[in-house]
Design a protein around this ligand. Structure first.
Ligand SMILES: Nc1ncnc2c1ncn2[C@@H]1O[C@H](COP(=O)(O)OP(=O)(O)OP(=O)(O)O)[C@@H](O)[C@H]1O
Ligand SMILES: [Mg+2]
Length: 178
């Protein structure tokens, strides 16, 4: 049996994490028959972390919970794709070490620039943050620590979702991670 795998997509709101996570999950299952568990930031905040806010402490706790689930799935040989802003490097490193005990961990920096994310403003949150109606918004008045140890970096301003998924699949297949 192949070892477990966690793909951890981090980046600003609107960078394309959920879009890529969902397309990549479908592609992995189509190619391998292996099921993929999506741990998307919005779903995790709704179902596992609904009591948490956006202080550093709460953001880190949210990311740790995602990491715990990803490690448990990896322990049994499963695949997760996590899609969370995860702005702090230390919390991302904790997830990396937690998963690496049981399987492969791949950090993907969805590196789409703030200006592009803001112009997309899929959820209307950048407008609210700029208007002062929302505080602690990553990239506006809250930090994002750019990953220095990501295995892959994808800027969705320059590649389509399909191209991004092609690149991720090629990378994973080359390493025999699927
Ligand atoms: N090449 C691309 N890859 C991914 N998304 C793209 C691309 N080009 C345009 N988009 C669009 O950018 C938006 C990205 O939104 P998405 O919800 O995936 O971001 P997110 O990183 O999950 O944000 P959040 O942290 O708020 O959940 C979508 O509307 C998507 O259609
Ligand atoms: Mg998302």
């Amino acid at each position: 049996m192949k070892p477990g795998l966690a793909l951890f997509l981090t980046g600003l709101s609107g960078a394309g994490k959920s879009t890529l996570a969902s397309a990549l999950g479908d592609r992995i299952t189509a190619a391998t028959g292996r099921p993929v568990t999506l741990l998307d930031g919005d779903a995790v905040r709704a179902y596992l972390s609904s009591e948490l806010g956006f202080t550093r402490e709460h953001r880190d706790l949210n990311v740790r919970r995602i990491g715990f689930v990803a490690a448990e799935v990896a322990r049994h040989g499963g695949i997760t794709i996590c899609a969370a802003i995860a702005p702090y490097a230390a919390a991302r490193a904790e997830v990396r070490h937690g998963v690496a005990r049981f399987g492969n961990f791949v950090e993907v920096h969805v590196s789409t620039a703030l200006s592009v994310c803001e112009s997309r403003d899929v959820k209307g949150l950048y407008a609210k943050a700029r208007a002062g109606m929302l505080s602690h918004f990553t990239g506006i008045d809250d930090p994002y620590e750019v990953p220095v140890d990501a295995e892959l970096s994808i800027d969705t301003a320059h590649v389509s979702p399909d191209q991004a998924v092609d690149r991720l699949m090629a990378w994973l297949q080359h390493r025999d991670f699927l």
